[in-house]
Ligand binder design. Structure first.
Ligand code: MN
Length: 455
């Protein structure tokens, strides 16, 4: 993180974030401060983000620290994105049975830095993701929470986890263990997304009941059986679409700064322990993420539509095969003489070019808005594409670059994108222009030229 402007404003991934009280002690037992929390989340971001990207994040916040065993700190659970949050954090509105919540989605390291700034130590996510338009998808992973009761601990969880692994393998599922950072362990198995949350939840319940009948002295599958001395509760219910589980690599609000840590199966011995922030940072310097196969290649996912519309043997356009991880802020506007002339307005975001087709081009005054129709995300390589797409292919016709350059981002969420574009000297927009894209319906947006006010 490079320091810019006033000493308490930092720049993370192109976003400015105001940092207050970095020296505040959050974990009195070990002396870890808010700055340590933020540094942890920045260092672990490459491992953590793939497991949370596209998922709504609910947070547990300890604004005055976690306290001590005798005097625990106050904690509260936060679902909605507060008004005080920076406007660049992506948010999605999710309708519940009788209300709508607006949740943040953490797409980059800057969002994690904000979480640290507001002492949101614990990040909880559901087992499903939203798509690029904020629409919830079917779950892409199953979770079992192994929760040891009085008289039981991680050693008992290890025994149950091994049995669960064998049982799930018979069902062609490959679970990975995560020591939860609290008392127990989670098991995650990747799903192909063909079943909804209700189905997965009912399935997980059957798995828990099967474990209970195989290991009756060690496992209970019902929360109601409160007397579970020496036993492990296999909690299947977190697959419910309305529930969340601590995210892999999230901190915990425990007395010591424990972390929910993905483990290899070889690590699951009888002496298994929960790991702290410092232990996790050390181990990830020389390890890969044991759970990496559960993190989808999100960039490749976002380009699936692009690829499905094109035959690389028939069009000179980039194939869009590889995902590029990037925090860049490039833009391109292409003039496209397809069956009807339009301009393609593309902003680099999350490793792809998010794209809109503008039938009348960009607005030339602040008085008149133009229609912008969102189209499929394009690969970053498309930013330099010029050429002729053959007649009969998708978008057949000539493509030329009308302007290109970089942009400063002010706001990006499902309802609105505000960015100031700096084009080239000879380019079409003529220097520096600020635009707002306003979502009106489905793939329909309006593009508005804004006044640039001096800061
Ligand atoms: Mn086009």
């Amino acid at each position: 993180m490079a320091r810019t402007r006033t000493p308490d404003t930092v720049s993370v991934g192109g976003h400015r974030l105001r940092l207050t009280n970095p020296d505040k002690v959050i974990y009195p037992t070990t002396g870890h401060t808010k700055a340590d929390v933020i540094a942890y989340y920045q260092a672990i971001a490459p491992f953590l983000l793939p497991h949370v990207t596209g998922r709504i994040v609910t947070r547990k916040r300890w604004v005055d620290g976690v306290g001590t065993a005798d005097r625990p700190g106050d904690v509260f659970f936060e679902k909605n994105l507060p008004d005080s949050a920076p406007s660049w954090i992506r948010s999605v509105a999710i309708e519940h049975s009788n209300h709508t919540n607006t949740y943040p989605v953490f797409d980059d390291a800057a969002a994690l830095a904000w979480a640290g700034q507001v002492s949101a130590l614990e990040l909880h996510v559901p087992q499903w993701r939203v798509d690029g338009h904020g629409v919830p998808q079917n779950p892409d992973r199953l979770v079992l929470d192994l929760d040891p009761g009085p008289g039981a601990g991680l050693a008992e969880c290890v025994e149950v986890a091994r049995r669960a692994k064998a049982l799930l393998a018979d069902l062609e599922l490959e679970p990975m263990p995560v020591t939860s950072g609290s008392k127990g362990m989670h098991l995650y198995a990747p799903l192909d997304g063909t079943h909804d949350s209700d189905y997965v939840n009912a399935f997980a319940k059957e798995v828990a009941k099967a474990l209970e009948s195989e290991l009756p002295d060690l496992v209970v599958s019902s929360m109601r059986k409160s007397l579970r001395g020496g036993k492990v509760l296999v909690d299947w219910s977190q697959n419910n679409g309305n529930k969340t589980t601590i995210a892999p690599y999230s901190l915990r609000g425990t007395l010591e700064p424990h972390v929910a840590t993905p483990r290899t199966w070889r690590e699951l011995t009888s002496s298994l322990k929960q790991l702290t922030l410092d232990e996790v940072l050390t181990r990830m310097k020389r390890r890969k993420d044991p759970m990496a196969h559960l993190a989808p290649d999100l960039v490749a996912d976002r380009l699936a539509t692009y690829r499905s519309m094109r035959d690389p043997g028939r069009t000179p356009e980039p194939a869009g095969a590889g995902g590029t991880s990037s925090n860049g802020r490039s833009f391109v506007i292409q003039e496209h003489h397809a069956s009807s002339l339009h301009w393609d307005f593309r902003l680099e975001h999350d490793g792809v070019l998010v794209s809109w087709a503008l039938p009348k081009g960009v607005p030339t005054s602040t008085a008149k808005n133009h229609l912008a129709v969102q189209t499929e995300d394009h690969p970053l390589e498309y930013g330099t594409f010029e050429g002729t797409i053959p007649k009969g292919e998708y978008g057949g016709g000539e493509v030329t670059i009308w302007d290109h350059g970089t942009y400063e981002l002010e706001k990006w969420n499902a309802r609105e994108v505000i960015a100031t574009l700096t084009g080239t000297k000879e380019g079409g927009i003529g220097g520096r222009r600020k635009y707002a894209l306003i979502h009106t319906d489905k793939n329909q947006w309006l593009i508005h030229q804004m006044m640039i006010t001096a800061q």
